[in-house]
Design a protein. Structure first.
Length: 548
């Protein structure tokens, strides 16, 4: 062996030893993978297991959970469901080193067939999650935990206790209680009792009203009119805030979430729910899931469902029947619907396809006359929640065969109700007096209901550039101070407003034309998506903001 071969051999051996030494030091915990999940004992009382994050855990490769800022570094635990079929899983403080914890619960015969039942965070004591789970006795449940953001090391506690108190029969979709559909505008309440025994039904998080489990299920049969209202309401004020999700589907194994509601019962407290449904199939079964906001209260509240007057069939089903919109200096809305609308292609197959917002037929039509400035905006926005997602296209030309020309199509750029998916199209350089046609539809033709639409004249473009040019915000995502910078020349005074995902105004401040920027302390707000709007007499602009 020559000297070069000897050096190469020794170098290879040294690198191998260093590699083994490195692996030994920085080895991931055994339960970094689902297959290495640490088994938890289910007790009659809480017996804590210490969870330690030392920075060595990596992403386990399972599809990311849907809450608590998961960025990897997860640890896995498992348990066998006791005879009662119900358990309480709780994370809690150890020494304060880990204070923001995410937890996701899965069912499945093994780690290759996992189904996420629930994702929880900040719903227990302090910043520690907890969840009640109901699954068949003897089945295996997997628990995935992580530190939010994966940017801290330390410890916290985890324990599992058996729930032996009988859960309500309608804690599961299969046990849904039938609701009687009342006569026209006649509510006959069913009393709902929440005593803390209900667990998570395992259907999946509906993602509104701070769902953390403890849901109860009801169902109803659609009457001949196809038009019904479902609403919850206070009983004795023991429960003051709830959530409601409505599902369609052939049975409990084939549910599709139709709508998740958090507030909106205009006849009572806003913290209870109302949902109107139109054009449903007579005899169809609708499933209704209710819970207490954040699981924070026990007591009673009411639910009822009854027939409501069907909407008037549309008269603007085709381009030739388009309804004229008044072009005002401000939004002057027309209340409209898509009830019994059909597809325009049936009458005229030459109409150009909109090309956005998943158009699938059943459209309605409006028209406007271009103002003297040659500039206008057209916007749709929510009325009563029956429609929450639409599409809009603008055409020039005429309603004759092959006479329409697609000018613009929009999906989700509306600013009047920013938390919903409505539309706004701005048009410039049009010929004064020109007639334009507006086509509106429900996204994927999935809803029947009402909406608002209006047209606003905009000032002509000029050298003074008085219109709002651009709104800059940074950083985004943000966790502390959000800086708002308005790039505009000679802008008028206006105001900055911040709305949460439910459309609730959480911040407002005047923005004067001489201001260069303002700061908003967002540390006081919950994590999630928000909408920032600046508005004055020249218009409104909007930005999506993520608070983390």
């Amino acid at each position: 062996m020559n000297i070069n071969e000897l050096i190469l051999k020794k170098t290879t051996l040294l690198l191998t030893l260093l590699s083994l030494f490195s692996i030994n030091i920085f080895a991931q915990p055994a339960n970094n993978l689902c297959t290495g999940a640490t088994n938890l004992t289910v007790g009659a009382t809480c017996s804590n297991t210490l969870v330690t994050f030392d920075g060595t855990a990596t992403d386990s490769g399972i599809l990311a959970p849907v809450c608590a800022n998961y960025t990897g570094g997860d640890l896995w635990y498992s348990l066998t469901m006791p005879a009662s079929g119900a358990v309480s899983i709780k994370a809690s403080n150890d020494d304060g080193s880990i204070t923001n914890v995410g937890m996701s619960i899965y069912s499945g015969s093994d780690c290759g067939s996992l189904k996420e039942l629930l994702c929880a965070f900040n719903n227990g004591v302090g910043a520690y999650p907890e969840a009640n789970i109901s699954q068949p006795a003897g089945s295996t449940i997997y628990i995935r935990v992580w530190e939010e953001g994966n940017d801290a090391i330390g410890t916290f506690n985890l324990c599992v206790t058996e729930i032996t108190t009988a859960v309500p029969v309608n804690n599961e979709c299969a046990g849904a209680i039938d609701l009687t559909v009342g006569a026209l505008d006649t509510c006959s309440n069913t009393l709902i009792t929440v005593d803390g025994t209900a667990t998570d039904s395992g259907i999946g998080n509906p993602f509104c009203a701070d769902y953390v489990g403890g849901d109860l299920w009801y169902k109803l049969t659609v009457p001949a009119s196809g038009s019904i209202r479902i609403e919850t309401d206070t009983n004795d004020n023991s429960i003051t805030d709830g959530g409601m999700a409505v599902y369609t589907g052939a049975d409990c194994n084939n549910l599709e979430l139709y709508e998740c509601k958090d507030g909106g019962n205009t006849d009572s407290l806003e913290d209870f729910e109302r949902l109107d449904l139109y054009g449903r199939t007579p005899g169809e079964v609708i499933y209704v899931r209710v819970w207490v906001f954040n699981g924070a209260e026990t007591g009673t509240f009411n639910i009822c469902t009854y027939e409501i007057t069907p909407l008037t069939p549309v008269t603007n089903d085709d381009c030739v029947d388009a309804i004229e919109l008044t072009v005002g200096s401000t939004c002057i809305p027309i209340l409209a619907s898509n009830y019994l609308a059909t597809s325009s292609e049936v009458a005229d197959p030459t109409i150009p396809a909109p090309g956005c917002a998943n158009y699938n037929g059943n459209d309605v039509w409006f028209k406007v006359t271009v103002p003297a400035s040659g500039r206008l905006e057209i916007e749709t926005y929510e009325n009563d929640g029956t429609l929450n997602d639409g599409g809009m296209a603008v055409y020039s030309g005429s309603c004759d065969p092959s006479g329409l020309i697609l000018e613009a199509c929009d999906d989700d750029n509306g600013v009047i109700t920013p938390s919903k998916k409505f539309e706004r199209i701005e048009l410039s350089g049009r010929t004064p007096g020109e007639e334009l046609f507006i086509r509106i539809w429900a996204f994927e033709n999935s809803r029947i209901g009402t909406f608002n639409i209006c047209a606003v004249a905009l000032n002509a473009l000029g050298n003074d550039k008085n219109e709002v040019a651009e709104l800059e915000v940074f950083p985004n995502p943000v966790s502390t101070d959000l800086v708002v910078f308005l790039k505009s020349i000679n802008s008028l005074d206006g105001d900055v407003k911040l709305y949460d995902i439910q459309g609730k105004l959480v911040f407002k401040k005047l923005f004067f034309k001489n201001d260069s920027q303002i700061k908003i302390d967002v540390s006081q707000f919950s994590k999630g998506m928000y909408f920032l709007k600046f508005g004055n007499s020249k218009g409104v602009i909007s930005k999506k903001i993520i608070i983390e």
